[in-house]
Ligand binder design. Structure first.
Ligand SMILES: Nc1ncnc2c1ncn2[C@@H]1O[C@H](COP(=O)(O)OP(=O)(O)OP(=O)(O)O)[C@@H](O)[C@H]1O
Length: 627
């Protein structure tokens, strides 16, 4: 484009831009180039995927010199004198240059050199434990190589990750989808999270429909994913990645556990995806359907390449096409020596610094995640019923306390009735909250990690979880307090709100919520689902001891300080304040029947909920995949 006479050029997806890019990674109004005092200046217009100049995201404005490379979505533009030229093509190569990877002194990959182009389908094969999955993680930028360098489209795959992350689709071995959703709704939520915020609902729906058609799932779109076959489920995972039209697609054993016919079908589909102009790299155990690949990379244990070439060349190289024999020789170390094909020079490195992470659309992400979470709760009727029945059961247990005075000041014949009921109500609330979220993060860690890699903000994740669980806790607390105070008398005299039952309900709600968020944090700290039960038991038992209603904690060193961390302690105190629990023999001032004490306890619960949400955001920012 000749720009000699231009002072301003707008770039974006909307049709009234000077340069219109149909790419869904491009915002409607993405960036503006202006001539200021004879020089060009680029302004990013708050695009969802940042505009890059020489691989570095532009925060606001950036001067543009002749020869600078401007990246908007998948398009590269270069100012060349009075011309703005689109580059790319030749640069869109995945180049691995003598890559090695070692952990604790043990080499897991070495001497990996590749030069992959658009349109190529590449299979990585080798005996179990050879390092195929490790290679995929290194190639996709998930982990950095310990030696050598990987570039994609001229960008360093690790140091300039934000420049390429959205152009790389990764389908891990395990399905990273919520299987309770239908294929269409899983894709719709993913589209909301992954496509630019300004993509309209109709455009998003169109993209989802196109993608479903691309993987031939249109007729199964309305079925819950857990009802689909293994091959269909895998195609949903592939579709999730295809939504953003990545130019590089990597898959880790997409056909593991599938029969040979399905393997052939999926390999055929991958061939088509490559033919559409993508580079496709697939790790596979199944070696019967490799004929359609352009390149086969065979790894020996230790991640050492022993063959890299067309499938037809294997026979000449090993003197057999029997894969069992080939693998045996590879494991025994008697494979003929490998002469790696020379790799062309990698496109020149650009900025070395790691670009800052992308920050966009917090509210949009929170809304999408919260809506998906709510949908997931209702998509699993068993879980929804469990959430609803727990407070009913807990209320019935609290009602087992002898006496008829309930939460009024207790009658002389049952002096501890209210105190005991409060323990059961508040420790019950703590349990109710903790149980709802105990498995949450660890159960969907793989999904979270994949979404984080393509732009999900940990803060949005934490806020969405807190929001949905706050809503769940409202319903549960209303049921718990409602049942208890319907069957037995409730408290008589409020200290701050107009109705004492409302005060009790607020305290129960915040206790359940704070305990839920504490448990949510625990679920982000544990490493496996099995570890969640002991954590839940300890969390609840500790609150039983620390709430102050069972054994005195006030004024007892260590115990008193520890109790500050227990939501049930503050909840019980707020409840006791409303009920005006007799403090005979107890020096607990927190129970004082006066509004500042009630408000103080409620504020402590709120503070602990906020702190847990913030810590969850910090923790999930650092979350790493488990091996
Ligand atoms: N982070 C790590 N720390 C230590 N060892 C690791 C790590 N990651 C992988 N390994 C080891 O590296 C080797 C290669 O593992 P990898 O999963 O890449 O093999 P693979 O070829 O994909 O195996 P499979 O075909 O069985 O899935 C294994 O011996 C594995 O135990």
């Amino acid at each position: 484009m000749w720009i000699g006479n231009r002072v301003r050029i707008t770039i974006g997806r909307a049709s009234d831009n000077d340069i219109v890019l149909g790419d869904l990674q491009v915002s409607r109004r993405h960036a503006r180039l202006e001539r200021v005092g004879g020089a060009w200046r680029l302004t990013d217009l708050g695009s969802r995927n940042p505009t890059l100049v020489n691989g570095v995201p532009v925060a606001g404005r950036s001067p543009i010199a002749d020869g600078d490379r401007i990246t908007v979505g998948a398009t590269d533009l270069r100012v060349d004198g009075d011309n703005l030229v689109a580059t790319g093509g030749e640069r869109t190569r995945l180049v691995a240059d003598d890559v090695g990877f070692a952990v604790g002194g043990r080499s897991l990959l070495s001497g990996i050199s590749l030069d992959l182009r658009p349109g190529q389908l590449v299979a990585v094969v080798g005996p179990s434990g050879a390092g195929k999955s490790t290679l995929l993680k290194v190639l996709s930028g998930e982990v950095a190589p310990t030696s050598g360098r990987i570039t994609y489209d001229g960008y360093d795959m690790h140091r300039q990750r934000s420049a390429v992350a959205r152009r790389v689709g990764v389908v891990p071995q395990d399905d990273v989808v919520h299987t309770r959703l239908t294929a269409r709704s899983a894709l719709s939520y993913a589209a909301k999270l992954r496509l630019p915020d300004d993509t309209g609902a109709a455009a998003r729906r169109r993209r989802v429909t196109e993608t479903l058609a691309e993987v031939e799932l249109t007729e199964h779109a309305r079925k819950p994913i857990h009802r689909l076959s293994g091959g269909q489920r895998k195609r949903v995972s592939i579709a999730l990645e295809l939504l953003t039209a990545p130019s590089l697609l990597m898959l880790d054993e997409p056909t593991s556990g599938l029969d040979p016919a399905l393997d052939k079908q999926i390999m055929g589909r991958l061939r088509e995806l490559a033919d559409a102009g993508r580079t496709v790299v697939v790790v596979t155990h199944n070696v019967t359907n490799l004929d359609g690949c352009d390149l086969v990379l065979l790894l020996a244990p230790g991640g050492v390449p022993v063959f890299s070439g067309r499938p037809a060349e294997l026979r000449a190289r090993f003197g057999t096409s029997d894969w069992a024999d080939i693998f045996q020789r590879v494991v025994a170390g008697t494979a003929p020596p490998h002469q790696p094909a020379p790799v062309g020079p990698a496109p020149a490195p650009e900025a070395a610094a790691e670009p800052p992470p992308v920050h966009a659309g917090l509210g949009h992400q929170v809304g999408t995640l919260a809506a998906r979470h709510l949908r997931l709760i209702f998509a699993d009727p068993g879980y929804a019923l469990f959430l609803l029945l727990v407070p009913v059961v807990l209320a019935v247990l609290a009602l087992a306390v002898p006496g008829h005075e309930g939460l009024r000041r207790s009658a002389p014949e049952h002096p501890t009735e209210a105190a005991q009921m409060l323990v059961l109500v508040f420790v019950g609330a703590a349990f109710m909250g903790a149980a709802a979220s105990a498995r949450e993060v660890v159960a969907e860690r793989a999904i979270f990690l994949r979404e984080r890699a393509v732009g999900l903000r940990p803060g949005a994740y934490a806020l969405a979880k807190a929001g949905v669980f706050a809503l769940v806790a409202v319903v549960q607390s209303a049921v718990l307090v409602g049942v208890v105070t319907t069957v037995k008398p409730g408290p008589v005299d409020a200290v701050l709100l107009s109705r004492p039952v409302a005060e009790l309900a607020v305290a129960v709600w915040l206790t359940a919520l704070a305990s839920c968020l504490l448990s949510l944090l625990g679920s982000a700290l544990v490493r496996s689902l099995e570890q969640t039960t002991p954590v839940l038991v300890v969390t609840v038992m500790a609150q039983l001891v620390l709430c102050g209603g069972m054994i005195p904690v006030a004024g007892r060193p260590v115990l008193a300080q520890l109790s500050w961390l227990a939501p049930a302690r503050w909840g019980y105190a707020a409840g006791a304040s409303t009920v005006d629990l007799p403090r005979i023999g107890s020096p607990d001032r927190l129970w004082t029947h006066d509004w500042p004490w009630w408000l103080g306890s409620v504020a402590a619960l709120l503070l602990s909920a906020v702190a847990c949400t913030a810590l969850l955001a910090v923790r999930t920012r650092r979350l790493r995949p488990e091996r």
